[in-house]
Design a protein around this ligand. Structure first.
Ligand code: OGA
Ligand code: NI
Length: 339
């Protein structure tokens, strides 16, 4: 397979932008308006005062760091990621690579217990840290989705959150570890040369992602091709981003933001991403109120199931724009940031 070589990082543009911050303790109707605006403008926002207890976050981070500190041979016991389990440098099945190692877990308790057996000598300690975290971030994700529906004036305010609350929800938890790069400082003098792509450019396929990282930078979002906005690290906050399913269910009003993670040569970075996804058999369609904002009341996407979408995701490269394959009219202007 021929894999195109990526453009050098040094040829890309960086832009410092103040990204939206949602203070969860503020007044509800105000919060819901600000979230809608953030999802329309960026598909991304930072949540502070989110109420997820610090010890729940610290427990899972500790379990993740202990796992990633194991010798390779022990980590391989939990791999290869197919797609659950341990992966290193290879992302997906189509040649995508990055300076990252990761653990992908299904949030279903049975699956989590099973995978935990390959991850830790104390599997119940690992799975209880993971399930405590999953429960807390699922609660936060549902609240955010309810606030979005309220802000969008959709009367059925649990229309989005229901899908990830469902016992059959196909949600994922991924721990990403970006080790510091071991570089020869004499032969790579420019600081930008010491940065590598950890997790390449992509959008998340699910409904909503909540990502928390330690105090090391690396995450960037892009709302314009080739222009990257660094997201300053904040271990006390969550980064929320719209996934492809939420773009489809808002009929293109919310943007499934493209993002990536870079590594550095100084400190190791760990991130924990919860991807709230629908049940496999769920039909993904926009509620009628979301079509009203479109002049012709047309749906931009044909109805499809999450299972069908997932199949497309697995058959394509990490950076492919898979949602385009589900558009009702392929020559219509892309939905997105300009309005
Ligand atoms: C992902 C992702 C970014 C990060 O896992 O989908 O975008 O900061 N991770 O680890
Ligand atoms: Ni992502």
């Amino acid at each position: 397979m021929v894999v195109a070589s990526p453009k050098p990082l040094s040829s890309e543009k960086l832009r410092d932008v103040e990204l939206p911050i949602i203070d969860f303790s503020a007044e509800r109707s105000e919060v819901s308006k600000l979230i809608v605006k953030a999802c329309e403008d960026y598909g991304f926002f930072k949540v502070i005062n989110h109420g997820v207890p610090e010890d729940i976050i610290a427990n899972l981070e500790h379990e993740g760091l202990s796992f990633f500190a194991l010798p390779d041979s022990e980590k391989q016991r939990a791999g290869p990621a197919n797609p659950l389990g341990y992966g290193c440098k290879n992302i997906g099945l189509h040649g995508d690579k990055g300076e990252v190692e990761y653990l992908t877990l299904h949030t279903n308790p049975l699956s989590l217990a099973e995978t935990s057996r390959t991850i830790s000598n104390n599997p119940s300690k690992f799975s209880s840290a993971a399930s405590g975290y999953i429960e807390a971030v699922r609660g936060l994700a549902c609240e955010l989705l309810n606030l979005m529906a309220e802000g969008l004036l959709v009367p059925d305010t649990s229309v989005f959150s229901r899908l990830i609350r469902d016992v059959d929800s196909d949600s994922i938890l991924r721990l990403n570890h970006y080790p510091p790069l071991q570089l020869d400082w004499d032969t790579s003098p420019s600081s930008y040369d010491r940065i590598k792509v950890g997790f390449g450019e992509h959008s998340d396929p699910q409904i909503l992602t909540l990502l928390r990282s330690n105090d090391v930078s690396g995450l960037q979002i892009s709302i314009e091709d080739g222009v990257w906005i660094p997201v300053p690290p904040d271990p006390t906050a969550f980064c929320a981003n719209v996934g492809d399913m939420l773009q489809a269910m808002t009929n293109g009003r919310f943007v499934s933001v493209r993002h990536r993670a870079l590594t550095n040569s100084y400190k190791s970075r760990i991130s924990m991403a919860y991807f709230g996804g629908p049940p496999l058999q769920a039909w993904i369609t926009a509620p009628p109120e979301m079509l009203a904002s479109n002049a012709n009341r047309l749906s931009l996407y044909r109805p499809f199931t999450w299972a069908e979408y997932k199949k497309a995701v697995y058959s394509l490269r990490l950076g492919d724009r898979r949602l385009d394959l589900f558009r009702t009219c392929s020559d219509a202007a892309a939905p997105g940031l300009a309005s």
